[in-house]
Ligand binder design. Structure first.
Ligand code: SME
Length: 162
């Protein structure tokens, strides 16, 4: 994905990435391909996004998340119960979590020793949580409130696919 020059008020280029994500969502490809492309776009353009993936609520076991499309290293956490780890806590508390240093978090499921921080954003449809965007970083404290605002906007765009 080509990086576009970002204005000074948006040095990371969030607006441009959100527009590109909207374009992906309108394209004539499968749902899974759209989700995968969104992961790729985020990982390729934002340097401290090292693992980007989606988890979705299991339709036949509604207190469990199942791993969806992702980019980055394989993870053993393919199914996560509500309450378990950061993802499971987000599912229960229905709000974005930013963990700037995962070594300080006791309820955390480790995927790789390289991961130092994580942001998890819920995806809502008709006020119900249907899934999450999960991003791991190899840096400590990389996430800002702008990442939160941006990813919550991405979550709204993704919810429209369902
Ligand atoms: N670290 C997450 C598990 C999922 S991986 O980051 C891909 C957690 O604590 O829920």
């Amino acid at each position: 994905m080509r990086k576009e020059k970002a204005p000074l008020t948006d040095p990371i280029g969030y607006d441009s990435y959100l527009n590109q994500i909207k374009t992906v969502c309108k394209s004539r490809i499968s749902l899974n391909d759209k989700l995968k492309k969104i992961c790729e776009l985020l990982k390729e353009n934002i340097p401290y996004y090292d693992w980007v993936g989606f988890y979705f609520v299991n339709k036949s076991k509604r207190d469990e998340l199942i791993l969806g499309p992702f980019v980055g290293e394989q993870t053993e956490h393919v199914r996560i119960s509500f309450g378990q780890g950061i993802c499971g806590q987000v599912a229960e508390q229905r709000k974005t979590f930013i963990i700037q240093d995962v070594t300080k978090e006791t309820n955390y499921l480790s995927c790789s020793l390289k991961v130092k921080s994580e942001i998890v954003v819920p995806i809502f449809k008709n006020r119900k949580i249907i899934g999450e965007i999960d991003i791991d970083s190899h840096s400590v404290s990389p996430f800002t409130n702008d990442d939160k605002i941006f990813l919550e906007d991405v979550s709204i765009v993704v919810a429209d696919l369902f």
